[in-house]
Design a protein around this ligand. Structure first.
Ligand code: FAD
Length: 452
């Protein structure tokens, strides 16, 4: 019995625990595990993984359950393994510009600890107050500042990693540079809990920028806003963030956050950082001038920390506010080449209109990563919604894009993977999975399309 093999570990199987760990933020449904185990260190993680192999029981790693693609859902039941007790910041090394953490550390706590040391860890998914470094590694999470600073994978140097068969190894390095051997860290980051379990993570840090300034610029329509985003980047500027909200997103947050100028049909929020006030202010003004030349209305500069925070709070409000417009929604995270963003927005709106559905688009327009949301009022609309999502994915791939920029494939998008990747490429990845996990114990049923 699996339970006997987990003796000595913290195990729970009461209804409330099973319900909690059977749910995440992906809207993919509820899947209860048979039990949840809470290891306290890497040795206990190994014990759990070995027990599941011996007893042929599916095992799902789970962190803060903020995932949007269903990666932490135990779709085949079995054991869910929460990494939340591995929650120590082991070291922050200002001189080396590195830090080592356990996977259950909450990202927001880590960012604050790093900043207190005068340093900066840029990956900034909007779920930072609750998501964990372990979940970020698994999904290769990114956020608004990815435009300038990149995503989680760009910061992970080394991993302590428990393989799906229970062996513990160290991959990567502790130094900023290093090229020895294959890049297994690159493979493990973004493996969505299917190729092993992170028990320790070493990341690169940067010096903290002294000055950050933010501006909101409204436009009468979303296409003008999208073109202005490109004009800013073509103008030789690389802001830290360039976010876009379309008319539906603006409607959703109207009256709840910062006020928008009259006539606003879309806004961009741009943020610039650097070393001196004068330099950053000059860059922000240049950016605003380019945007104004391309149809931007009067720019609203956030002059202090409070105003910046209110702007970003409004941006973070968009996702829950859209659900208040209509009860149900699917939130996608597609990416298209930046030059195709205006065309993509236009096409997605047209798909919605053709099917009688509301489509909202907002997100990280600066790097082409759009959160296109399909809203609907009742489960009876689901067939039309499925049609819209499939068309949206096809259109994304046609425009040279990818079906997921940050949320991962999980179960939410596995049926679309073959729109983007060839059968040979999917087969190669399946073979890699089986090489690491011959019994397919770890997080089965994720990422790849179901086989008939
Ligand atoms: C309001 C909101 C805003 C969001 N904004 C963003 C955003 O801006 N950018 C973005 O990228 N994402 C965003 N997300 C999605 C989500 O927060 C990220 O995918 C995040 O990285 C998930 O972390 P988690 O700790 O919640 O992991 P979970 O959801 O619990 O798990 C995610 C995956 O990680 C695996 N896993 C967990 N721990 C480990 C481990 N130690 N080793 C190996 N695998 C492990 C799980 O099996 C699962 O496959 C958002 C979500 C919400 C709800």
């Amino acid at each position: 019995m699996i339970r006997d093999a987990l003796q000595g570990l913290e195990v729970r199987d009461d209804d409330a625990t099973l319900a909690t760990y059977g749910h995440d933020e992906s809207d993919q449904g509820d899947f209860k595990p048979a039990l949840v185990v809470f290891p306290k260190d890497a040795a206990e993680v190994q014990q759990v993984v070995r027990a599941c192999n011996t007893h042929r029981v599916p095992l799902t790693p789970v962190a803060a359950r903020t995932g949007k693609s269903g990666g932490s859902l135990p779709i085949h039941g079995g054991v869910s393994m929460s990494l939340e007790r591995l929650n120590r910041i082991i070291a922050i090394r200002p001189e080396d510009l590195t830090a080592t953490v356990q996977p259950g550390v909450v990202l927001g706590d880590f960012q604050r600890a790093v900043e207190a040391a005068g340093l900066f860890y840029p990956p900034d998914p909007n779920s930072a107050p609750s998501c964990t470094l372990g979940g970020n590694i698994a999904e290769n999470a990114g956020g608004p500042s990815a435009l300038k600073y990149g995503v989680t994978r760009d910061y992970v140097l080394g991993l302590e990693w428990v393989l799906p068969t229970g062996e513990l190894l160290r991959a990567g390095r502790q130094t900023i540079k290093g090229v020895a051997g294959y890049d297994l860290v690159g493979l493990f980051v973004g493996s969505e809990g299917t190729l092993g379990v992170a028990t320790e993570i070493t990341v690169k840090l940067l010096p903290k920028p002294n000055v950050v300034m933010t501006v909101l610029i409204a436009f009468t329509d979303v296409l003008a806003a999208a073109r202005a985003v490109n004009a800013v980047l073509l103008g030789g500027l690389l802001p830290r963030c360039l976010e876009l909200l379309d008319d539906v997103a603006l409607d959703a947050v109207k009256g709840k956050g910062v006020p928008f100028p009259a006539g606003a049909g879309a806004v961009i929020i741009a943020e610039v950082d650097g070393t001196t006030e004068e330099g950053v202010f000059a860059e922000l003004n240049l950016l605003a001038a380019i945007a104004t030349k391309h149809g931007g209305l009067e720019p609203q500069i956030a002059v202090d920390r409070d105003q910046r925070e209110r702007l970003w709070a409004t941006r973070r409000m968009v996702s829950p506010a859209l659900r208040e417009l209509q009860k149900y929604k699917f939130s996608e995270d597609i990416v298209v080449p930046r030059s195709r963003v205006p065309e993509a927005i236009e096409r997605f709106k047209a798909i919605g209109q053709e099917l009688g559905l509301t489509v909202a688009t907002y997100g990280h327009a600066g790097d082409g990563n759009l959160h296109t949301n399909v809203l609907y009022r009742s489960p009876a609309d689901r067939p039309r919604v499925e049609q819209a999502l499939e068309q949206l994915m096809k259109e994304t791939v046609r425009l040279g894009g990818t079906i997921s920029g940050e949320h991962g494939i999980g179960i939410a998008k596995k049926k679309y993977l073959s729109l983007e990747q060839s059968p040979q490429l999917i087969e190669l990845q399946r073979r890699i999975k089986v090489m690491f996990d011959p019994l397919v114990i770890l997080n089965p049923g994720k990422v790849f399309p179901d086989e008939h």
